[in-house]
Structure formats: structure tokens, C-alpha cells
Design a protein around this ligand. Sequence first.
Ligand code: NAP
Ligand code: GDD
Length: 343
Amino acid sequence: MKTAFITGITGQDGAYLAKFLLEKGYAVHGGVRRTASMNRGRLAELGIENEIQYHDFDLLELSNIVSVIDEIKPDEIYNLAAQSFVAASFRQPLLTSELDALGVLRILEALRMTGSQARFYQASTSEMFGKIQDQIQSEMTPLYPRSPYGVAKLFAHWITVNYREAHNIFAASGILFNHESPLRGQEFVTRKITLTLAKIKHRNANILELGNLNAARDWGFAGDFVQGMWKMLQHKVADTYVLATGRTNSVRDFVTHAADALGFRLAWEGDGVNETARDRSTNRIVVRVNPAFFRASEVDTLIGCPAKAERDLDWKPKATFEELVEGMASADNDRVSRGCVLF
Ligand code: NAP
Ligand code: GDD
């Protein structure tokens, strides 16, 4: 039986990865930071909350990772923990850098100092492409981050590559494009859209306020992407891989599909900060722009080329954009109608 340690196990990807590894027969250990209230709703929703062995873990604390390595001698470490919300990184740039940049170096240093042979996965991000330098982004595209989060993740990516090359640590970096699911955090745009529209439908909210409707993302399903993480650690050599769907859609497209799935029929009107969407059946405005949600510097559009992962890892995303949106809308519709939105 292999042993895996997942940091960020309480987050979206941590929950899906834990489920996937348990199904593969792994002993799954998870790092959780101390908080005043338990935060295991995603693991509970997947029915695996009690199948995981939990350890104190904070990205700020070097001793945590050293103890875990000593105690459980993991075969694989997946570093998914992060301050992962781009908008928050503009307000908390120092904290974001401590966690998302230096936090990764702490884990790599622990691996080097202990001589652990664990294979290491770093959760890198398409946010590093930022102001895109190629129309379609691949492992060869120059990086140009546009947020403190993107800059911190860029450090983490390169320090992972450096420890691979300098210290012969099996350290893989997955440059993952946006991936979503019904377990997505509520502040990210996709989940904000499906949850708020479901609330409007059930008369628990009046309006959905969004920032940049023209931003476009390559959105995939998180359940598909965690399989790619695992495949990177099973490959014969550690490397860097892009995981993406190769399709891009705007925030406006996402709203339109989610609204369709929830029974609205939207008519878009106006432009810029005056753009709105009206529900044709009630004639009410249900979506409007609020500049408070604009970013200080934006990543306008992302679209990834996953050809290397397909070739070397035999990885391909399965869920389509339409299936993703419909699945999220349906899950939030159920939760709101049951009055049970836990995360
Ligand atoms: P998420 O849902 O925000 O989960 C983040 C996890 O990190 C949570 O478990 C959180 O714990 C934990 N965490 C935060 N601060 C921590 C700290 N100081 N010490 C220890 N743990 C801490 O993120 P996700 O969407 O699953 O993403 C997983 C990883 O992939 C992140 O590194 C993210 O930056 C990266 N990524 C995500 C995407 C995407 O589209 N989802 C794309 C590319 C890369 P709490 O539950 O206690 O908050
Ligand atoms: N969150 C949010 N809220 N975003 C909005 C809103 C809004 O009200 N309105 C428009 N947007 C736009 C943002 O400006 C951005 O261009 C896009 O929607 C996506 O925003 P998020 O869903 O917050 O995701 P992200 O692309 O910034 O970051 C996510 O993907 C990265 C990979 O590219 C996160 O998961 C990161 O952790 C991840 O690395």
C-alpha cells in the first residue's frame, strides 16, 4: 500500500484527489491547519471524511512537514495548500507570498534535509501566463504573471524545477488551467454564478453582481485534473506539464449557460459597467456589473495546450464545459432548495 500526504486536503482539489487515491488503495494522510471551526465539508460530501488520517499542517511552519515525513514516510506528497484566491492576493500580497512562494520552499527544504525519497507534486497555475505571450499557452510559453498570487506561484514553480535539477528530488510541477466543480469555493466566479443564480431562482437573493464579464478562461472539471496530478508522480521522470481542456469561454458565456440550466432566459443589454442581463420571463434584471469586482491588473484570456500531458501521461480531460456548468448549477439548485449550503 502506498502512502500519500496531501496538503490543502480540505480544499476543492484536495477532496477530489483524496477520493481518487483512496480508490486506488492508498493510505491517505492530509495536512490541516488549525482553525476555530472544523472545515471538512467537502470531504464529508464525498463520503471520505473518516477515511483520512489528519496531521497539523501550516505552510508557515517548517516543523510540521518534517514531522509528517518522519512519522508517515510518504511515497508521494501533493502540495495543494495555498492562498488560492487571486483577488485576495492584491489585498494580502505579503501573506500570499509567504504561503504560496516560501511555503513551497519549506517543503522542498524539508525533503532535502531529511533525505526523503517522496515524490513531490507542486500545484502550479495558468495564472503564471498572465499577460499571455502566446495565443495558446504551453510548457514553452514565457511567463508574465499579473497578480501577487501569480508572482508567488512563479517562484514556487521555479524553485520546484531548481530542487529537481540541483538536489535530484522527484519534483513535478503541474501548470493547471482553471478547474471547477460543485466543491469550488464560493468566491471563485463559477461557483459564485451557480450559487447566486440558484438563490435568485429560490428567492434567497435578488441580483448577481460580477466584475469583468469579458474575462475568458479554459475551464475544466477538477475531478479530471486530479488524475493528471497523480499521473505526473507515476511517470518515470519528474517534469512540468500543462493540464487544460484547450477550449476557452468568457464569464458572460458561463453566466448564460448556468442561467439556462436553472431555467432563466437571459437577455443581455448595455455595455461596459452598464451591462446587465434581464430574465425575459419576469423582466427583472438578474445580473449587473459592479466595478468593485474588477482586478487591479487582469488576466484577460487563457487557453491551454495539454498535448504534452496527453502524449507522455495519456491524460485527457473528460467533462465538457457544458457538463461542468450543468453539474455545478444542478448541485447548487439542490443545495439551495434543501436549505443546505455548507461550503
Ligand atoms: P482551495 O479550494 O482554495 O484550497 C486551498 C487549500 O489550502 C485549503 O485546504 C486550505 O485550507 C489550504 N490552506 C490555505 N492556507 C493554508 C496554510 N497557511 N497552511 C496550510 N493549508 C492552507 O484551492 P483549490 O482550488 O483546491 O486549488 C488547489 C491548489 O491548486 C492551490 O495551490 C491552487 O493555488 C492551485 N491551483 C488551482 C487551480 C484551480 O483552478 N482550482 C488552478 C491552478 C492551480 P482551509 O480549508 O483551512 O482554508
Ligand atoms: N472571483 C470573481 N468574482 N471573478 C470574477 C468576477 C467576480 O465577481 N467577475 C468577473 N470575474 C473574473 C475575474 O476577474 C477573472 O478574470 C475570472 O473571472 C476568473 O476569476 P476566478 O474565478 O476568481 O479565478 P482566477 O482565474 O482568478 O483564478 C483561479 O484559477 C487560477 C488558474 O488560472 C484560481 O483557482 C487560482 O487559484 C488558479 O491558480
